[in-house]
Design a binder for this molecule. Sequence first.
Ligand code: SF4
Length: 336
Amino acid sequence: MSNKEIILSIRDLYVNFYTYAGVVKAINGVNLDIYKGEVFGLVGETGCGKSVTSRAITRLIPPPGRIEKGEILYKRNSEYVDLLKLPEDEIRKIRGDEISYIFQDPTSSLDPLYTSGYQIAETMVVHDRAEWNEAWKKAVELLKETLIPDPESRVKNYPHEMSGGMRQRIVISIALSNDPKLLIADEPTTNVDVTVQAELMDLLRELQRKKGTTILLITHHMGLIAEMTDRVGVMYAGNLVEIAPVDEIFAEPLHPYTKGLLAAVPNPLQKIDKLVPIKGSVPNLIYPPSGCRFHPRCPFAMPICKEKRPPRIEIKPGHYVECWLYAEEVKKKGES
Ligand code: SF4
C-alpha cells in the first residue's frame, strides 16, 4: 500500500468537547493516511472517537466541540490542502461534493418537506454540477443504481412514504450524486434490518468497484469490516491503537484491545465455548487514564504503561501498533 497515492492524511488530530461536567478529551493525537481507491474501516466501541474523527475531516464538529490541533491534508487538484485551514466557503464546496457522508440515521439526514428527487437534485445544483432538469434526470438514474424499484415514481415520494432501507438508499444517492472522491459512511446500516444491511453493503462495494471511490467506513461491526474493507484502524478512547491490512487484523491482531475486541465477537470459523468480554468499561474521557489509555483494562499492563503513552511502531509493512509490549521488544532487538 505504501506506493499508493494518499488521498487524505490526518496528522496529530486533537478534539475536545467543553461540557459543563468538564473537558472531554475525545480525540487524542490521531494519525492516519487513507489511500486513493481503498475501503478503510474504522472500528471500536461506542464513544471511542470514530465518528468525531470522521466529522473533523470536513470540520463538522458541533459546539461545544473544538478541533484543538492537527492537520487534515486532502489531495485536491494534485496538491495537498489543509482542510482545517481552508476558508469556510471553500470547505463548503468540498463538503457534499468531493467529500460526502452517509450518516446512520436516514430519517434525520433527510428533510421531510422535500421529495427524494428534489433532495438528490439539489445536491448537484448547489455544487454547480448540473441544472435542475439534468439533475432531476440524474436523480432517477441514481435511484436505479441504488436498486430502488420504480425510480420514476419514487423520485416524487417524500421520505415518510418510504421504508427505512429505501430512505437509506436515498441518502446513498445524495452522497454519490456528485461522484465524491471520498465517501464517509458512518454506521450506514445500523438502523436497517439484516437483509437490507447486506444489500446496502453489496451496493456500496459494487459502486466503489465501478467508480473507484475511496470509502472510509465507520462501524463497530467486525463482520462488515471483514467483508468490506481493505485496511482497518482500531480506535480506543480517542487513540488509534492499531492499523493493519484487514486479513492481518483478523489473523494476527497485535494490540491487546484488538485481541479483546475479536475475542468478544462470534467467529464462524472457530468453535468456541463462550465469548470473552473485555474487562472493565470505557474510561471517562474528562479524566482519561494516564499513559496508555487502555492500561486499566489491559491484562498485560506494565509500570511504563501508566506513565507514558506508547509510540506507534511498524511491526510489519503497513501493520502499526501503539503498545509498549512491542516498543520494548523493538528496543531489546536494537540493543542486542
Ligand atoms: Fe497494555 Fe501497556 Fe500495551 Fe497499553 S501499552 S495495551 S497497557 S501492554
